[in-house]
Design a binder for this molecule. Structure first.
Ligand code: ADP
Ligand code: ASP
Ligand code: MG
Length: 420
């Protein structure tokens, strides 16, 4: 008996006609000896609508004092998780209409356990009690993505884009042969095909590269889903839901590095506009200062990314620049401001109009001159680099956000990724 997990994102289940097409794709994958479980997202736009509703009732934008943290997040999860639940029932109905035995499974019925970090919960164990045998009997299981339950049976959600993670976790628990992620593009591209018309679909990409691509901004897969697939060795395929059953649909396979014969120096370019740059000028220069600053930021749950330190003009002072997600910027600045005298910082500045652009490739490990190509391509377009970060398989630069698309296109061309 083999098992397959299929996942459909928001656009793919955007209306009842699209759900009917999804049902046909699912029906075509069912076969004697092969059970199918389907993970679905909320219909396109639905999660945004539910988020607004929750905020209007209790968070920012409503009346009275805005609730936040523990007083808000658990009920936020109750509200926003309903989008996916609706889709499970609709798809189960569409399948039955085609004569395919199907049923929805809500998370508490499986159950899909997570920790209690509401709005950004992490999946732990999935207790595969009844769902596995049910799909083995030929009944398609339709499961809501993006959510789980705590040990106290409270509903949690996994962060935006979390249905990908649900699908991979289910595939791991069911020991599925593969997890197919159906979306509105026909695979993983060398960069976001919405901003570079010459982007190319990759036939294969390694887990490591996909992990960097996702965490550096390519939202085609949620980062956590790739981490989980890598850890549990779940083969993942990304492919289009906008085809009829039987039409060619090779997609992109996310797989171990050693399955990729031709290792590209650069496989892809990613970007993120969710960045802020904090500059600390005239910071006292003695051992322990960086530990003090970044210790305080960690305690305030600021997710610091790039860090650049340089000598200041004044003697025994330095300047420190760091980046963090935009939503953390105000908290970061307040945290330092509150201890400014104690740490010894003269000035604090925040810039929000910055973006991070990254090139990623496993071939980089054994190649020289990769950074030079990047810096030269940006210089040729007159784009200034404000910070740099590297790892074995990626180089990221921070630039003025106004040049994001120009930079992505220039790098795509410079690394010879453009489609003919
Ligand atoms: P879903 O609703 O199916 O989960 P998402 O909107 O989360 O879909 O992800 C698909 C989108 O990811 C595409 O429409 C595309 O614009 C974007 N994207 C960003 N980078 C890439 C990339 N490198 N390859 C493919 N798609 C990408
Ligand atoms: N519906 C959720 C979102 O929009 C989860 C998902 O689609 O993956 O973020
Ligand atoms: Mg998504």
């Amino acid at each position: 008996m083999s098992r397959l997990v299929m996942k459909f994102g928001g656009t793919s289940v955007g209306d009842v006609e699209r759900i009917a097409r999804v049902a046909r794709l699912v029906a075509a994958e069912r076969a004697p000896g092969r059970g199918v479980a389907v993970v679905v997202s909320a219909m396109a736009g639905e999660t945004d609508r539910l988020v607004q509703l929750a905020r209007a009732a209790g968070g920012e934008g409503g009346n009275g004092v805005a609730l936040s943290g523990a007083a808000f997040d658990d009920e936020y999860d109750v509200v926003v998780s309903t989008g996916e639940q609706v889709t499970t029932g609709l798809l189960a109905l569409a399948l039955r209409r085609l004569g395919v035995p199907a049923r929805s499974w809500q998370n508490w019925q499986i159950p899909f356990r997570t920790d209690a970090a509401h709005a950004k919960a992490r999946i732990g164990e999935i207790i595969d009690a009844a769902i596995g045998p049910s799909i083995d009997e030929g009944v398609v299981a339709v499961v809501p993505g993006f959510q789980g339950v705590t040990d106290d049976n409270r509903i949690t959600t996994l962060g935006r884009g979390g249905s990908d993670t649900s699908a991979v976790a289910l595939a791991a628990a069911l020991n599925a042969e593969r997890c197919d992620i159906y979306t509105d593009v026909d695979g993983v591209y060398t960069t976001d095909p919405r901003i570079v018309a010459k982007a190319r679909r990759l036939e294969k990409i390694s887990y490591e590269e996909m992990l960097e691509m996702a965490s550096l901004g390519a939202k085609v897969l949620q980062t956590r889903s790739v981490e989980l697939a890598f850890a549990k060795r779940v083969p993942v395929r990304v492919l289009s839901s906008f085809v009829e059953p039987g039409a060619p649909n090779p997609g992109t396979l996310v797989c171990p590095e050693d399955e990729i014969v031709e290792k590209q120096v650069v496989s892809g370019v990613a970007y993120s506009r969710d960045e802020a740059k904090i500059t600390l000028l005239g910071v006292e220069d003695h051992p322990g200062v960086a530990a003090d600053i970044f210790g305080r930021l960690a305690e305030a749950h600021v997710n610091v990314d790039m860090i650049v330190q340089s000598e200041a003009r004044q003697p025994e002072r330095q300047n420190i620049v760091f980046t963090c997600p935009e939503r953390d910027a105000a908290r970061a600045a307040e945290t330092i401001e509150a201890a400014r005298e104690k740490i010894g910082v003269e000035e604090i500045h925040i810039r929000r109009d910055v973006a991070k652009v990254s090139v990623i490739g496993i071939g980089m490990k054994s190649q020289v001159g990769v950074a030079r190509t990047m810096f030269a391509a940006l210089a040729q377009k007159g784009i200034n680099i404000e910070a740099i970060a590297t790892s074995e398989i990626k180089i990221s630069v921070l630039i003025d956000a106004a040049y994001t698309e120009l930079a992505v296109r220039a790098l795509h061309t410079a690394y010879e990724l453009d489609a003919a």
